[in-house]
Design a protein around this ligand. Structure first.
Ligand SMILES: CC(=O)[C@@H](O)[C@H](O)COP(=O)(O)O
Length: 256
């Protein structure tokens, strides 16, 4: 079970709702993913929620909404978007996302911390998307964020855990759930994140742009369960530079 703030989830897969070829494809993939928490960009939502292509399927599956502030370039814009999301969608849960640079979409650490501090004061449950910076993750935790969401690689890149050495430190020091977000391009990347001890992962592009999104969603679902199981089983140590015999010969040699 994954607990974030006051809410417990069975699934450790957070899904995104962008880039699907149709609302039907998205709905089938979300159902196959087993995800219970789905992020959606406020900028893409039609205010008539009953007829919105993204909102209506997410609601009909009974999934919890995690609006995100994608498109915000600074703290002021993100805070404005968060307040709109609260009014429009009736939730205080928020994926805080501030990326001023449209080419790399890397999160702005300073604006993210400023916005997080303000939104926590306003009673939001803040899950900030951030760089894989252990010091920043501690500062966001001190500010009262309910989880941290460090990136594996740039959004939409499918490159996997390029930041793995820093993710390990973030996980080791964590006092709130660590959700690896962005750049996870294959189920094996998600499994690796879970084996490292991440609490959850967020995946969008790899599922939405697969040839068969529902089948890929199912593959991610299973990989995350396997990765978590391996983590809880305790992985053997890795050694470099030398072999270690699987069946040591010591007792046989002792008889000679
Ligand atoms: C939907 C969302 O929140 C994305 O911004 C998120 O970071 C996922 O990234 P990928 O699309 O790389 O999975």
């Amino acid at each position: 079970m994954l607990t974030i703030a006051d809410h417990t989830f069975h699934s450790r897969l957070l899904a995104g709702s962008g880039k699907f070829s149709s609302a039907e494809t998205m709905e089938t993939a979300l159902a196959a993913s087993g995800s219970e928490l789905v992020t959606l960009a406020l900028k893409r939502i039609n205010s008539d929620s009953a007829h919105d292509d993204i909102l209506a399927p997410v609601k009909s599956l009974g999934l919890k909404l995690l609006p995100n502030t994608s498109g915000a370039r600074n703290a002021e814009e993100a805070i404005f978007a968060a307040r709109l999301a609260k009014e429009a969608l009736g939730t205080r849960w928020l994926k805080l996302e501030i990326h001023p640079d449209p080419n790399y979409l890397l999160p702005d650490p300073i604006e993210t911390l400023v916005a997080a501090e303000q939104l926590v004061k306003e009673g939001f449950t803040v899950l900030p998307y951030c760089g894989a910076d252990p010091v920043l993750c501690q500062r966001l935790t001190d500010a009262g964020c309910a989880a941290v969401m460090p990136l594996g690689a740039p959004i939409g890149s499918n490159m996997g855990l390029k930041t793995r050495d820093f993710l390990r430190i973030i996980i080791e020091q964590a006092r709130v759930p660590v959700i690896i977000d962005a750049g996870i391009g294959a189920p094996s990347h998600a499994a690796e994140a879970m084996e490292m001890g991440a609490d959850a992962v967020l995946v969008n592009t790899a599922i939405a742009t697969a040839r068969d999104p529902a089948k890929m969603a199912q593959a991610f679902r299973e990989a995350i369960i396997c990765g978590r199981r391996a983590y809880s089983a305790g992985l053997g140590s890795a050694f470099t530079g030398q072999a270690r015999a699987t069946s040591p010969m010591t007792s046989f040699l002792d008889t000679l």
